[in-house]
Each structure stands twice: as structure tokens, then as C-alpha cells.
Ligand binder design. Structure first.
Ligand SMILES: O=c1[nH]c(=O)n([C@H]2C[C@H](O)[C@@H](COP(=O)(O)O)O2)cc1CO
Length: 144
């Protein structure tokens, strides 16, 4: 199974430790195409896109998104890129699972929470300690 993980990069790297836990867990279920999103070494400047710049990042990521069987997004730290990826995923009828931590004090965008109208697009509130078990439940539920 190809899994696309979305997490904030230029939107801010505050949650990188939780991205690492998510990616590690996701790797039990399939190939995570966007493992780099969880790298400590990746700053909020983004990837070193020396040759083709942001267009190369965009085009590669959209290609990976289209190749994915499921998209998992940590949406607590607001990110334009993650919002865009989720919009593209919905337009392509992809299976999407969004994770949000209310303990952050933030309120999730209505354009994400409000998109959760069927089982293909799910938004799950969670606390940091339960992130692995939440993912286990989700992947159990989409088996078959
Ligand atoms: O360098 C990058 N590499 C990359 O893969 N992305 C993608 C993957 C992330 O899920 C998302 C983050 O968007 P943003 O940088 O706007 O927070 O965009 C985004 C950037 C920088 O915008």
C-alpha cells in the first residue's frame, strides 16, 4: 500500500516529533512516500530544491499523491501545503485520514473538519499518547 503523509513544513515545524511517530507507525502498513516530512533535518525553509525549485517539489508531490492508496495528514499545525494536498486528494476521490490535537488550543479549519462527510474523508481528534492506537484502529477499519 502506498501512503502519503502530510505535515507542515513551511507552516512551521513545531510538531515534527509527532510526525516521526506517525510515519514510523505508518511504515508498518505500507510505503510512506513522503517520509521526508518527518525528518528532523528538514527546517521550515523546506527541501533544498536546488535545480528545479518549488515546481519540482509540487509536481513530485502531486504525482505521489495520485499514486497513493491512502493519505494521512496531521493537521494541528496549519499549513497551506497540507490544505492544498487535502483539496487535491478530495478532488481525486482518495481515502483521507486527518489527525487533530484539540489540546493545542487551536480550532481546526471548517474547510477540513467540514469536509468530513463520508467515510472516505475522516477527521479524528486525538491526544499525543494515543496516536499509534488511533492509527491501528483506522488501518484495521479500512482492511479489505
Ligand atoms: O519542501 C517541501 N516539501 C514538501 O514535500 N512539501 C509538501 C509536503 C507537506 O505535506 C506539505 C507542507 O506544506 P507547507 O510547506 O506549506 O507547510 O507540502 C512542502 C515543502 C515546502 O513547502
Amino acid at each position: 500500500m502506498n501512503i502519503y503523509f502530510c505535515g507542515s513544513i513551511r507552516g512551521g515545524r513545531e510538531d515534527v516529533n509527532i510526525y516521526q511517530r506517525i510515519v514510523k507507525k505508518l511504515q508498518q502498513y505500507g510505503k510512506v512516500l513522503t517520509e521526508h516530512v518527518s525528518y528532523d533535518s528538514l527546517s521550515e525553509k523546506g527541501e533544498d530544491a536546488v535545480l528545479d525549485g518549488d515546481k519540482a517539489i509540487h509536481d513530485r508531490d502531486v504525482e505521489w499523491l495520485m499514486m497513493s492508496d491512502v493519505i494521512v495528514a496531521e493537521v494541528t499545525q496549519p499549513s497551506l501545503g497540507v490544505g492544498y494536498e487535502l483539496g487535491r486528494a478530495v478532488a481525486a476521490n482518495k481515502r483521507v485520514f486527518c489527525l487533530f490535537r484539540p489540546s493545542s488550543g487551536k480550532v481546526l479549519s471548517a474547510m477540513i473538519r467540514g469536509a468530513s462527510t463520508n467515510s472516505l474523508f475522516q477527521v479524528q481528534d486525538y491526544t499525543e499518547d494515543e496516536v499509534e492506537s488511533i492509527l491501528e484502529k483506522y488501518f484495521d477499519s479500512i482492511k479489505n
